[in-house]
Design a protein around this ligand. Sequence first.
Ligand code: SAM
Ligand code: SF4
Length: 328
Amino acid sequence: MLDPFGRTISYLRVSVTDRCDFRCVYCMSEDMSFLPKAEILTLEELDRLCGAFITAGVRKIRITGGEPLVRRGVMALFESLGARLGQGLDELTVTTNASQLARHATALHAAGVRRVNVSLDTLDPARFTAITRWGRLEQTLDGIFAARAAGLAVKINAVALKGENEGEFDALLAWCGEHGFDLCLIETMPMGDIGGDRTTQYLPLSLVRADLRRRWTLRESAYRTGGPARYFDVLETGRRIGFITPMTHNFCESCNRVRLTCTGTLYMCLGQEDAADLRRVLRAGADEAALQAAIAEAIARKPKGHDFIIDRRASRPAVARHMSVTGG
Ligand code: SAM
Ligand code: SF4
């Protein structure tokens, strides 16, 4: 699958629910309203669409949300997609807050998942609850260690939040080194109304990296996961640290992905509103050829890049939908 700018599209991120058992301050408002069930694709519909994308050339699928592991019956989707590994699909992964990971880690591994991304912004129990509003650190840590015990490689994702976890990156880096996890720091993106002022949360990672370099030896690495992160080897720990900098560094040139929401809406760019309604095509009784045509038509509209800018005076987000809709 080639887009109009010659980029190969081989990576599909699938949000299987907009719901979550957390209310992270940068992601959701406390009183989020969620979609009615009729609008959400069934697990069979999600599997059919994923299959069509694999036929079209997708090699890697990441299941995300909302919190993917709170969707009832979601393991059936992991199993059906896992059966496609080696049959066109190279990798099946998941991004999770790990609250339910202790229950599902073994089954995820059995389904063919080998790597999981876990969001963990702090190791301080009180701050963890302050950031996630509804989460408990202990439960997330149990999930992380269950994943490791099940043989899953764990990458920790932390959103860098000014005045919140900015004093904790040394501790996170050391903890990840101790337990054998890579760490990825992410800049906050202006997506969705979160019921507060977002610009006060924004912390440029260029500053964080310069500060970390005073105490850690970071050597630029050629390692890539097919995503937008730039990696460095941390010589003191033997692990890696990645930086995802949508705001300070434009990562769009090498974009290889599209995003499917739980309602079957395909977003060709995280930072743009244009989308394709694949649920309508699917529920109109489309055969495989019609699905392929709808996917090809959407990919032909993939834009060159996002327009995120932090406007310090703007009170509205750059993109109205929440990250939990497109899954990050
Ligand atoms: N619930 C799962 C989780 O938290 O890992 C998966 C979905 S969550 C939307 C995916 C990722 O997006 C998480 O790592 C989260 O920290 C990140 N995220 C959410 N809102 C964000 C924002 N406004 N800016 C940057 N990252 C954000
Ligand atoms: Fe839920 Fe993930 Fe959003 Fe936090 S970042 S509220 S865990 S979807």
